[in-house]
Write a protein that binds this ligand. Sequence first.
Ligand SMILES: [Fe+2]
Length: 137
Amino acid sequence: MTITAFIQWTPAYSVRNTVLDRQHQFVIEVINELYQARLHRRTALEFRAIFQKLSQYTRTHLAYEEKFLADNGYPEQEAHARLHQAMKIRIHAIEQQNETDDVDISQELFDFLKDWWLTHILEEDMRYAKYFENRSS
Ligand SMILES: [Fe+2]
């Protein structure tokens, strides 16, 4: 049986950095895991645990990427970090809400996660990928 992933990583998402690509793939993997939990009507407790994993890994990845950009002298590092900050606030708010209210398993939540990550990778992360590529050529 083929399981269609909610988000499928493709080489078009590559930022030409193995570590960052792997991190992006892992974020996508956890979003897919969350989506599977919704499809299979897993318990709120299980769903909350996966969301927490997503939230923690998002923070780890965004911090790593910000440091990578700063260490490599990316001129738009601060603007990029501000975009990350907005996402961290949003994820934190959802996490808080999941702890107090009913767990949010709405399609809106999934559309938001998918849109944010794919737009961010393809538009914003791709800007640094191109910048580093041009700088090294
Ligand atoms: Fe980023």
